[in-house]
Design a binder for this molecule. Structure first.
Ligand code: AMP
Ligand code: GLY
Length: 429
């Protein structure tokens, strides 16, 4: 069958790579794609992935049997609604389901109604009420813009002054319309853990837990980023915590079926914090994580086309998930200056040598192919160097061995991905 993937990140390269392994896949298109997807599929540069009608036209012209929506923006924009309305199988929720990610207030209300564990909070569009709540609760406290802000709308304020400043900046328009409402939240502590689940017809099939590294620099210092590395599974998670997270995801999936007008069909991503009082939800996302996908999908032994079709067609009982008994670690290679401004167009060397290492796959994020056929940098996060291993240490060492073979001007990466997991739970104390 012919399949269309929407998106251009490392996540979409990993999804495309996993779909490509299926004998059922015939033609594979990615819109807009990147330098890595160009090697294994056909990139469709001219298609606006957030324009449902344009995507539907492409689907009909190219006999597409399944559309996989990678990022949140097309989901929130309602691309799945248009496609589903025309009878096209889509992996990804419609715009109502995507509100779980598109509005933090919508998400918190969903969690409260369904008794899902999360931080205490206030949601308000009244600036004075926001300041008053901060004075009442004290610091540390977390201030979040309600809407989509490309991961930049959250301030974990250590002082009351910092929290007030964050509220002021939100209402002054720092995040545009996304900041017209703020969510102010109790500050939780503990390691973070991402739990991704395939959800369809009210059922959740959890993938292995994974862990992202959000800060730019070693030692979890520096500004927040889209994610600088990840691993899966997560050695520090206890069996009790795992059980709680699976239960929370299952109850959330059942609630989507009870409450929403349309069946939620796609990935539900629970962002948890493993607090001393048990796992609590920081957020839900309506899609696969990036870079979490780059460590979760390489371990999947089941046919991803079968899984995604079962999700898209509302046949959850046919979902079967088999996982390799291995560990996976991914390290992000980024452009100098990221997450601030950075230059593009730097020639990347060593990709073939890195990919030739056993158990290594390099997923592209911000790359492109130039006129001379060179793979060049084209974004902040450039590559995700993923390695698998029989032990956590082996996977980690192999990933860094591969990173050392790759070069481009200004290459920066964290050198401590996975180190806290090896040091153990106490390193989060
Ligand atoms: P979010 O966009 O909601 O995932 O928030 C981004 C990051 O902010 C999270 O990955 C956490 O590191 C941090 N964060 C969000 N909410 C809280 C909270 N209630 N307590 C402590 N840290 C938080
Ligand atoms: N890795 C964080 C996210 O995908 O939202």
């Amino acid at each position: 069958m012919n399949i269309l993937v929407l998106g251009s990140g490392g996540r979409e390269h990993a999804i495309t790579w996993a779909l490509k392994k299926s004998p059922k896949t015939e033609e594979l298109f990615v819109a807009p794609g990147n330098g890595g997807t160009a090697l294994i599929a056909e990139n469709v540069g001219g298609l606006d992935a957030e324009d449902g009608q344009a995507v539907l036209d492409f689907v009909q012209e190219n006999d597409i049997a399944l559309v996989v929506i990678g990022p949140e923006a097309p989901l929130v924009a309602g691309v799945a609604d248009v496609l589903r309305g025309a009878g096209v199988p889509v992996f990804g929720p419609d715009s109502q389901g995507a509100q779980l990610e598109g509005s933090k207030t919508f998400c918190k209300e969903f969690m409260m109604r369904n008794n899902l564990p999360t931080a205490e909070y206030l949601s308000t569009d009244d600036e004075a009420a926001a300041h008053a709540y901060i004075d009442k609760m004290g610091a540390p406290i977390v201030v979040k813009a309600d809407g989509l802000a490309a991961g930049k709308g959250v301030v974990v304020a250590q002082t009351v002054e910092e929290a007030h400043a964050a509220v002021t900046s939100c209402f002054e328009g720092a995040f545009g319309k996304a900041g017209n409402t703020v969510v102010i939240e109790e500050c939780l502590t503990g390691p973070e853990c991402s739990m991704l689940a395939f959800v369809s017809a009210g059922k959740a099939y959890c993938m292995a837990p994974s862990q992202d590294h959000k800060r730019a620099y070693d030692g979890d210092e520096g500004p927040n980023t889209g994610g600088m590395g990840a691993y899966s599974p997560v050695p520090i998670v206890t069996d009790d915590e795992l059980e709680t997270m699976i239960d929370v995801m299952s109850r959330a999936a059942a609630a989507t079926a009870d409450e929403f007008d349309y069946d939620y069909r796609g990935v539900l991503y629970g962002g948890f914090m493993l607090t001393p009082a048990g796992p609590k939800l920081l957020e839900y996302n309506a899609r696969f994580g990036d870079p979490e996908t780059q460590v979760v999908l390489p371990r999947l032994e089941s046919d991803l086309v079968d899984v995604m079709m079962a999700v898209a067609e509302g046949r959850p009982d046919e979902i079967e998930l088999e996982w390799a008994d291995k560990w996976a670690v991914t390290v992000v290679l980024a452009s100098a200056g990221y997450p601030g401004s950075y230059e593009k167009g730097k020639v990347i060397t060593g990709l073939d040598a890195a990919n030739a290492l056993e158990d290594v796959t390099v997923f592209h994020a911000g790359t492109a192919v130039d006129d001379e056929g060179n793979v060049v940098t084209a974004g902040g996060r450039v590559l995700n160097v993923t390695a698998m291993g029989d032990t956590f240490q082996a996977a980690r060492e192999r990933a860094y061995e591969a990173c050392a073979l790759i070069d481009f001007e200004g290459k920066q990466n964290r050198t401590d991905i996975g180190l806290r997991a090896i040091r153990g739970r106490d390193s989060w104390a």
